[in-house]
Design a protein around this ligand. Structure first.
Ligand code: CA
Length: 239
């Protein structure tokens, strides 16, 4: 039996997709798993639904009429209210470069069509866990960076940082262990969890996004790349 979310906390998932058959299939399977389901048939509708009632996660098709999924994702990331909204992109493109582009644009994960529903459900659960509300643990500080865990807000030198849930979780983990070098596999275990297969280079993509989100103009890069070893939250001696 698959683990169903408890009745008291049924996460809401917004499906943004223009293929009716795929929407019905997704709705049926998600509801069977105990999720609440909303749908939007195009990008504009998605943005207004999200503004009205923010879901816990968005399944976002890449190919949509009028506004592409990529553009929807970009707009979500630009707004503080939705910068941290978990997004999984559905893409018909098997090309590696496109998958990386989806992550690069701010999606947290992607699934290539046609996909097995069980695989998609595993990705949804893993992402919800990553973004999940954990008990408030106060505030973390490193250099001029502040992380408010309960509010899930990060700032640097007083400026709000636009971080997706994966970047937030990465930063949170690194800030809990400043100065320590972590291998990609260790970061995968800590941030993504051990029960999901993710390519180690996915870590590089998210580190790049975290750096972009963290480092403003003229600010020191606080993430140190340790060749052949991994990454650490650190200030270079030269910085
Ligand atoms: Ca489509």
């Amino acid at each position: 039996m698959p683990e169903a979310p408890s009745a008291t906390a049924r996460p809401r998932i917004l499906i943004v997709e223009d293929e009716a058959a795929l929407i019905s299939m997704l709705r049926y399977n998600l509801e069977k798993q105990g999720f609440r389901v909303d749908e939007a048939a195009d990008g504009q509708e998605a943005l207004s639904r999200i503004a009205e009632a923010p879901p816990d996660l968005v399944l976002l098709d890449w190919m949509l009429p009028t506004m592409s999924g990529i553009e929807v994702c970009r707009q979500l990331r630009r707004r503080p209210a939705t910068a941290g909204l978990p997004v999984i992109m559905l893409t018909a493109r098997a090309e590696d470069a496109d998958a990386v582009r989806a992550l690069d644009i701010g999606a947290d994960d992607y699934v290539t069509k046609p996909f097995a529903i069980a695989a998609l459900l595993a990705r949804i659960r893993a992402l919800l866990r990553r973004a999940g509300t954990r008990p408030a643990k106060g505030t973390l500080r490193f250099h001029d960076i502040t992380l408010d865990i309960a509010a899930r807000r990060a700032s640097r030198a007083g400026r709000f940082l636009h971080l997706g849930p994966t970047e937030f979780r990465l930063l949170e983990f690194l800030m809990q262990h400043p100065g320590r070098v972590f291998a990609r596999e260790e970061l995968l275990d800590a941030v993504w969890g051990q029960d999901i297969h993710v390519e180690p280079r996915t870590v590089d993509v998210h580190i790049l996004r975290l750096r972009r989100g963290l480092n403003g103009e003229g600010e020191a890069d606080v993430i140190r790349t340790v060749r052949a070893a991994g990454y650490a939250l650190d200030l270079e001696p030269s910085a």
